[in-house]
Design a protein around this ligand. Structure first.
Ligand SMILES: *Cc1c(COP(=O)(O)O)cnc(C)c1O
Length: 354
């Protein structure tokens, strides 16, 4: 058990009056901090009013990017109780990422205690508006003041909270996707399967290009042959081909999404054949030509399910499901967000009461 020192704010901020759009622009009243020093381990767990961090310019995170993050949400149920969604999976992933990046791991129980304590303190920020939630952003950064390359001897663990609202105003809006054929996001053996900022830095140029051409997000292909589909922005990708659900196998360059895992579990429970395997962009194109490309959708904590209406591949626009949200995408969104929000039965025990 951590002994968390709590200092509450004297000047609470006003909460958003109506529904919030998107996520990450406003933050709650408090944050969680904990320091790591080599030799001592993790120490001084504390909750303080949300404020700026103070770090030396030589802190290693600014130079060599030894940092990582996580993402999950808290939801308020109709009875007013707040719940987390599969937080233990999140804790396990945090420590897998930490292991890869030589960042000290955090015992799962301590991580969950930190999140519970902070979210409970700021629980009034979880709105009851339809589709509202509280986005939880834990992150770890290397703080040793040192320009020599190596593993930092000190770290800071921070958790901040951001009220999150509708990603879609009404129904599920479809996304237009640019399939990137030159640049790559990650390579097997690298860090593509970890949640670290560098993966996103590497993705920005292609994302900017896609947006300038009118596409919302980039679909990445594998780094060696530029043929195998990997994932989209901050989402995993699924295809429904002739009744079968296919998602790229976790080959080491793809982030193992918790939504991805939940979607596979739901689809299997509904009797669909689900395949985790290599899938080339040519197979997707051929399926579309043969009329068996039924649905394409992204999965992630932020938007849960993002149906794809259009794919730009090899100079052509491929229309998926007539550009509409397919029935499976809709059913998955309704079921998964219903489980998260307490309006659908939690058959798989995914919810954890705060
Ligand atoms: C976080 C993330 C995902 C989605 O993971 P979830 O656990 O479902 O939110 C997918 N791809 C990348 C690159 C990510 O960072």
């Amino acid at each position: 058990m951590l002994e968390i020192k709590v200092t509450t704010t004297d000047t609470p901020k006003p909460k958003p009056a109506g529904p919030v759009q998107g996520v990450g622009q406003i933050f709650t009243d408090h944050m969680f901090l904990m320091d790591y020093t080599r030799g001592t381990g993790w120490h001084d767990p504390r909750i303080v009013p949300y404020c700026n961090l103070s770090l030396p310019p030589s802190a290693m995170v600014f130079h060599y990017a030894q940092e990582m993050f996580e993402g999950m949400k808290a939801y308020k149920h109709p009875n007013g109780t707040a719940y987390l969604f599969r937080p233990e999976e999140n804790a396990k992933r945090l420590n897998r990422t930490a292991g890869r990046l030589c960042i000290p791991q955090i015992p799962e129980a301590d991580y969950l205690q930190a999140i519970r304590t902070l979210v409970t303190l700021d629980a009034d920020w979880i709105s009851c508006e339809p589709n509202a939630s509280l986005y939880i952003r834990p992150f770890l950064i290397a703080t040793e003041p040192n320009l020599s390359i190596g593993v930092s001897t000190s770290f800071l663990f921070v958790v901040i909270l951001s009220p999150s609202g509708l990603f879609y105003m009404d129904d599920l809006t479809t996304l237009d996707i640019w399939v990137e054929e030159k640049q790559v996001r990650a390579v097997c053996g690298g860090v593509g399967d970890t949640k670290t900022g560098g993966n996103y830095a590497a993705s920005l140029a292609a994302q900017e290009k896609a947006q300038s051409k009118g596409y919302a997000q980039v679909l990445w292909l594998d780094a060696i042959e530029h043929r195998y589909v990997e994932e989209v922005g901050s989402m995993n990708i699924f295809f429904k081909l002739d009744g079968t659900i296919i998602t790229p196998a976790l080959t080491g360059s793809i982030l193992p999404g918790i939504t991805r895992d939940s979607v596979m579990t739901l689809c299997r429970s509904w009797g669909y054949p689900v395949e985790e395997r290599l899938i080339t962009i040519d197979e997707v194109l051929a399926a579309q030509k043969n009329g068996i490309l039924e649905e394409v959708f992204g999965t992630g904590t932020a938007a849960v399910i993002s149906p794809v209406g259009k794919l730009h591949v090899q100079g052509e626009d491929i229309i998926v499901a007539d550009g509409n949200t397919g029935p499976l995408s809709k059913k998955l969104f309704d079921t998964l967000s219903g489980i998260q929000r307490g309006t659908v039965e939690d058959t798989f025990n995914w919810r954890v009461k705060l």
